[in-house]
Design a protein around this ligand. Structure first.
Ligand code: ZN
Length: 67
């Protein structure tokens, strides 16, 4: 299962999602260095490492898909 990280720089927050979460946009996967964006990882371990590496203060898990 793939995992997604939604980086929200403006909120100083990164949120972890499971593949197929309804929050993941099906179109326009635009990533922006300043605003953030959606990033896909092939496993949970890598995604958790990358979550730490975002350097953001709020590292949260999606309340909907509970990754
Ligand atoms: Zn989710």
């Amino acid at each position: 299962m793939n995992y997604w990280i939604h980086v929200k720089n403006s909120l100083d927050q990164a949120m972890l999602h499971r593949e197929r979460c309804i929050e993941i946009p099906s179109t326009s996967m635009r990533s922006d260095f300043w605003e953030g964006g959606w990033f896909e990882y092939s496993d949970r371990e890598t995604a958790l490492d990358e979550l730490e590496n975002t350097g953001l203060n709020q590292l949260v898990h999606c309340p909907i898909c509970k990754p």
